[in-house]
Design a protein around this ligand. Structure first.
Ligand code: NAD
Ligand code: TYD
Length: 337
C-alpha cells in the first residue's frame, strides 16, 4: 500500500486524479488535503468519498503544524502537489494569495517531505512557466523559464524550489509541466466551461483581444495518466512536459462550443484583452513519450464533445456552483466547520 498525500484534490484536476486512481487501484491510500477555496468542491469526490483507502482533510498547505501532524498520523510516504491558486485572471486582480499558496505552500510541503524522508515528491506544474511562444516553436523541458503572469511566476518559483531541494538535499522530486486541461469538473471560470455555461444561460461570450491566442489542449484524463506514470516511473530530479499537440485559437474553441450547442455567433463579444496575455503555448512532449511510453488517448474533436455533453448532463453540479450551494457540502458530510 502506497500512502500518498494528494493536495488540492477537491479541485478540477486533483479530483479527477483521485477518482480515477481509486477506481482502478487498491494499492494506494490517499489523504486528500484541500483548503476548499472557491475552487474546491467536495462534490467532485462523490465516487471516492466512501472508499476505505480515501481520507479527506480540510486544511491549508501553508500550515506546517498541520502538515507535520498529517505526515505522522497517516505515515505519509509520497506527496503529489496539485494544490494551487490556478486562475490567471484572479492573479492579475490580486497576486498575494498566489505567492502565498503556490510558493510558501510548496515550501512547507517540501520541508515536511524532507523531515519525513518521503520516497517521492511530485510537483504538478504548468507550461505557463515557460512564458509565451511566437507563431512557431514548442516548449521543451530545457526551454528557459520566463513566466509573465503572477500565477505563472508563482508556479515557476515553486518549480525552482523543487529543483533546489533535489540538488541540495537529494530529495526524490519530479516535476510535470502540462498544457491547458479540459474535461468534467472544471470550475466555470476557465475558458471552456465558462463559454459552455454562458451559452446554456444565454449570456454573451467574452473573448479577450482578437481571440487568436493559442493554447495546446489536453483532456484531463490524459494529463492524470501522465502524472501517474511520472509518479511511478519518472526519474528523480527530472521535469516532464505533458501535452497532446492539439493547438487551437480561442475563437475556434468558442465557435466550436456555439456550434455544438446549436447557437449562433452573435453571442460572441470581443472584450478588452487580458493584461500581459501570453500569445501562444505549445508543448513538445517527446521526452515523456520516449522515456515512459506515455501517449495521449483522447482526440480533441471527440473529447471536447464529450466534455460539453458532461456539462449538459450535470446541470445540478454547475447550478450548485453558480448558487454557492456547493460550499455547504462539507457540512453535510462532516458537520459544521
Ligand atoms: P483548481 O483551481 O481547480 O483546484 C485547486 C485546488 O487547490 C482547489 O480544490 C483548492 O481548494 C485547493 N487549494 C487552493 N489553495 C490551497 C491551499 N492553500 N491549501 C490546500 N488546498 C488549496 O486547479 P486545477 O485546474 O485543478 O489545477 C491543479 C494543479 O494543476 C495546479 O497546481 C495548477 O497549477 C496545475 N495545472 C493546471 C492546468 C489547467 O489547465 N487547469 C494545467 C497545468 C497545470
Ligand atoms: P484560461 O482558461 O483562463 O487559461 P490560461 O489563461 O491559463 O491559458 O484561458 C484560456 C484562454 O482563453 C486564454 O488565452 C484567455 C482566454 N479567455 C477568454 O478569451 N475569455 C475568457 O472569458 C476567459 C476566461 C479566457
Amino acid at each position: 500500500m502506497k500512502r500518498i498525500l494528494v493536495t488540492g484534490g477537491a479541485g478540477f484536476i486533483g479530483a479527477n486524479f483521485i477518482n480515477n486512481i481509486l477506481n482502478k487501484r487498491d494499492d494506494v491510500e490517499i489523504v486528500n488535503l484541500d483548503k476548499l477555496t472557491y475552487a474546491g468542491n467536495l462534490e467532485n469526490l462523490k465516487p471516492s468519498e466512501d472508499k476505505k483507502n480515501y481520507h479527506f482533510v480540510n486544511g491549508d498547505i501553508t500550515n506546517s503544524e498541520l502538515i507535520n501532524y498529517l505526515f505522522q498520523k497517516y505515515k505519509i510516504e509520497y506527496v503529489i502537489n496539485f494544490a494551487a491558486e490556478s486562475h490567471v485572471d484572479r492573479s492579475i486582480l490580486g497576486s498575494q494569495i498566489f505567492y502565498h499558496t503556490n510558493v510558501i505552500g510548496t515550501n512547507v510541503l517540501l520541508e515536511a517531505s524532507r523531515r519525513f524522508d518521503v520516497k517521492k515528491f511530485l510537483q504538478v506544474s504548468t507550461d505557463e512557466v515557460y512564458g509565451s511562444l511566437g507563431p512557431t516553436g514548442l516548449f521543451r523541458e530545457d526551454t528557459p523559464l520566463s513566466p509573465n503572469s503572477p500565477y505563472s511566476s508563482s508556479k515557476a518559483a515553486a518549480d525552482m524550489m523543487v529543483n533546489a531541494f533535489y540538488h541540495t538535499y537529494g530529495m526524490p522530486v519530479v516535476t510535470t509541466r502540462c498544457s491547458n486541461n479540459y474535461g468534467p469538473l472544471q470550475f466555470p471560470e476557465k475558458l471552456i466551461p465558462l463559454m459552455t455555461l454562458n451559452v446554456l444561460s444565454g449570456k454573451k461570450l467574452p473573448v479577450y483581444g482578437d481571440g487568436l491566442n493559442v493554447r495546446d489542449w489536453i483532456y484531463v484524463i490524459d494529463h492524470n495518466e501522465a502524472v501517474e506514470l511520472v509518479f511511478e516511473n519518472g526519474r528523480e530530479g527530472e521535469v516532464y512536459n505533458i501535452g497532446a499537440s492539439q493547438e487551437m485559437t480561442n475563437i475556434e474553441i468558442v465557435k466550436l462550443i456555439l456550434n455544438a450547442l446549436g447557437k449562433t455567433e452573435d453571442l460572441i463579444e470581443y472584450v478588452k484583452d487580458r493584461p500581459g496575455h501570453d500569445r501562444r503555448y505549445a508543448i513538445d512532449s517527446s521526452k515523456i513519450q520516449n522515456e515512459l511510453g506515455w501517449k495521449p488517448k483522447f482526440k480533441f474533436e471527440e473529447a471536447i464533445q464529450k466534455t460539453i455533453t458532461w456539462y449538459l448532463e450535470n446541470k445540478n453540479w454547475w447550478e450548485r456552483i453558480l448558487s454557492g450551494e456547493y460550499q455547504k457540502y462539507y457540512n453535510n458530510l462532516y458537520g459544521n466547520r
